[in-house]
Design a protein around this ligand. Structure first.
Ligand code: DGJ
Length: 726
């Protein structure tokens, strides 16, 4: 890994064994992007496309004839001086004119990757990651911009963010501060991103980029069910194993924008960051604003390499260290068994059966603090209802612990309802706009996390429950988008800051709680996957993917999230059939096989299972325990299969001795060809033994011929294959 400066300090070349990132300072002023992609031995600086003569381009008085900012690949594009593409930064200085001309000042190699104040970010020591800081400034506006490029040694990954400093003596207003901008040369690109809704998260969409701006965004206050804060640009024939990919992911849990503009000449500008539509920030004299961190991820071997880069980064350089190599407890969650109707007797029944089945952790979901059986009963006071659970949470924890299980508890700490005592005492603690009727979501409002007193209240609530060590796991839920987004405490000129301040408030609370109770396993949840984002993953060990627990639908949902998140971080539960969300019937075996390459849990009323099913669950959990190491540290692959009717996943052991394969046949159809499924990454020179068929295959055969599966007359049939080196 190296960062080197050439040509009298005019060019910088950052590289590791996978990627090179090259920039140049043009005329001592503008920071120009030269190249990002596969590692180059050396950059010879033989000319850029800004030499082209274009009629009617604006003239920026640069030393290169014909050069215009509108035609140059820029690292820090702003509006006002002839670059008409999307800007990465927009500021209204003290004179009120939205205009900037940022000139290069200096670049420095930092000895450590900088931390982002109050925000989650990736981490690594000096041997793992190297950081380049570039400072640009506008001496008239008195604005300095610090750009950060942290290149990870092992992978094609660069973490990016920027800091904006007001070094004048007047207030300036930031209208837009995205985390990165990358200009790519003119060629054809496909766009992919993940869209969805409640109970159908993380669906892949792919289209060819066309001229103009293409974007996805969230304005719901969280990263959202509707779009992941992620997109990737691909060379057109890219599949899971081949092709060039530029991935962009934002480590942020609030409103975001992810966009790409194909300009008049076919060049592409890609940006990701806080959504400027719902953001402005007053920067007082001497103050600094820091954007969230964004991840740039380059793969030359298709989508699997991009995904594995993200998995590696998030498991080893983002999630809390104590979870990096922790085999997760197999849990039983009470939600689909009890909903709001929780009781001590039910908990006792479920935990008795859970213990026999080999479950490690019982999670008491929603309902324990509600005086009724619906979401209309109050939320926000966090007092256990003794009529449901005599002796309170302490007594439930004892019951569960005495059984030899760990105990987990559900909270929705950001929510408050009007019929709570908390609201009666502190009606100003919620987000609302005076004089207007408030908008309810799931009979709830949201606490104003930008307030210190609110944050202290939430931290205090957790202290009360966690300080005695009764609770081993917390499910942190959040079930509504932000509306009426106004804080009573913010001054008029700062009203545009509230969305971001809410997220900063959330991060402060999570930091205080999760760093104090490091022995507690936290799971993120937001009506399923509405806040399954890298920002939350910085604080928790796992995230709930979706309220849809139907085996069939889960294949697509988990495939989608696997684009970005390591299998161990993805909560995958076996529930009852017919499924509560879809009414579909799938076998217990099928439901297990869909979940078993991920973070396995159960979410069903064990009383409804007969002896045969309970025995089967017991066997499943024992089986899972034998392969938990593979789930924790294996490489996850999605496979392009020959037909849309089939989907295939595999997990490959890092020691290369073992490989677990799941093939899903969606529907039985006589039109299906006999399936041959290749495993392209295996070692050609090694033989593999497939456990269920007891057949031996050469690695070269599995790579080139593939393994065949029969045509089974059954919808949604799953084939499991387990290869061990022979
Ligand atoms: C939404 C979550 O996604 C569910 O798993 C469950 O915890 C409910 N909230 C409880 O209200």
């Amino acid at each position: 890994m190296s960062i080197t400066f050439h040509k009298n300090n005019r060019i910088v070349h950052m590289k590791n064994e996978t990627i090179s990132y090259i920039m140049e300072v043009l005329d001592g002023k503008y920071l120009v992007h030269c190249y990002f992609g596969k590692t180059l031995r050396k950059y010879h600086d033989n000319g850029q496309d800004y030499f082209f003569k274009r009629a009617y381009n604006t003239n920026n008085h640069l030393s290169i004839e014909h050069a215009s900012l509108d035609d140059i690949q820029l690292e820090l594009p702003v509006r006002g001086r002839g670059d008409f593409r999307i800007p990465v930064l927009s500021i209204i200085p003290e004179n009120g004119i939205e205009y900037l001309d940022l000139h290069f000042k200096e670049w420095n190699i930092l000895s450590e990757k900088p931390k982002l104040p109050g925000m989650p970010s990736t981490f690594g020591n000096q041997t793992e990651v190297e950081t380049l800081e570039i400072i640009c400034e506008d001496k008239i506006a008195k604005v300095r911009v610090y750009l950060y490029y942290s290149m990870f040694h092992e992978k094609g990954i660069i973490a990016r963010h920027q800091r904006i400093e007001n070094y004048g003596d007047q207030i300036i207003v930031i209208r837009n501060a995205k985390s990165l901008s990358l200009d790519l040369p003119s060629q054809n690109y496909d766009w992919i991103s993940l869209y969805g809704t409640h109970a159908k998260e993380a669906n892949l969409q792919r289209f060819t980029l066309h001229h103009g701006i293409q974007k996805i965004e969230s304005v719901r206050g969280s990263s959202s069910l509707q779009h992941q804060p992620f997109f990737a640009l691909l060379s057109p024939k890219t599949d899971e194993f081949h092709g060039e990919v530029y991935g962009f992911h934002l480590i942020y849990s609030g409103n975001f924008i992810a966009e790409a503009e194909m300009d008049q000449f076919g060049k592409v500008r890609a940006q990701i960051g806080i959504n400027p539509d719902t953001f402005s920030w007053q920067l007082k004299a001497g103050d600094v604003f820091t954007t969230p961190e964004a991840i740039l991820n380059y793969s030359q071997h298709g989508l699997n390499e991009m995904s594995q880069n993200f998995h590696w980064l998030y498991q080893y350089h983002l999630m809390p260290k104590q979870f990096e190599n922790m085999k997760r407890p197999v849990l039983l969650n009470s939600w689909e068994a009890m909903y709001y109707d929780v009781s001590r007797d039910k908990i006792k029944e479920q935990t008795d059966l859970a213990k026999e089945a080999g479950i490690d952790l019982f999670v008491l979901d929603d309902g324990w603090f509600r005086d009724g059986l619906t979401s209309e009963s109050p939320i926000g006071d966090w007092k256990c209802m003794e009529f449901k659970l005599p002796g309170g949470i302490k007594s439930v924890a004892k019951l569960v612990h005495d059984k030899g299980l760990k105990f987990g508890l559900w909270f929705e700490p950001e929510a408050i309802s009007q019929n709570s005592q908390l609201y009666q005492q502190h009606p100003d603690w919620i987000l609302y706009v005076p004089s207007y009727a408030m908008v309810e979501g799931r009979h709830e409002y949201l606490l104003d996390l930008s307030r210190t007193d609110v944050r202290d209240y939430i931290v205090h609530t957790f202290d009360t429950y966690l300080k005695d060590g009764d609770i081993d796991y917390v499910k942190w839920d959040m079930n509504r988008p932000l509306t009426d987004v106004n804080s009573q405490l913010l001054e008029k000129g700062q009203k545009g800051e509230i969305y971001h301040r809410y997220v900063l408030g959330l991060y402060e609370i999570l930091e205080r709680i999760t760093k104090t109770y490091t022995n507690v396993l936290f799971e993120g949840c937001s009506s399923g996957g509405a806040r399954f984002d890298p920002g939350i993953l910085y604080y928790v060990g796992q995230n709930w993917c979706s309220d849809n627990t139907d085996g069939f639908d889960r294949v697509a949902i988990q495939s989608g999230f696997s684009m970005l998140y390591p299998p161990i971080s993805m909560g995958s539960h076996v529930s009852i059939a017919p499924n509560h969300q879809t009414g579909r019937y799938t076998s217990l075996d099928t439901r297990y096989k869909v979940a078993k390459l991920f973070n396995l849990g159960y979410e069903l009323d064990l009383k409804l299972c007969d002896k045969h099913e309970l025995d089967a669950i017991h066997l499943q959990i024992s089986n899972y325990k034998t392969m938990q190491e593979l789930v924790l540290n294996g490489r996850f692959y999605r496979h392009d299969t020959f037909s849309e009717n089939y989907q295939m996943w595999s997990l490959y052991d890092p020691k290369k001795e073992e490989c677990m394969v799941m093939i899903f046949q969606k529907f039985y159809t006589p039109l299906s060809a006999r399936g041959l499924f290749k495993i392209p990454y295996l070692d050609s020179d090694v033989n593999y033994y497939e456990i269920s068929s007891q057949k031996i295959y050469g690695g070269d055969e599995l790579k080139n011929i593939g393994v065949s599966i029969p045509l089974v007359q059954e919808d949604f049939h799953i084939f499991e294959l387990h290869f061990k080196m022979n």
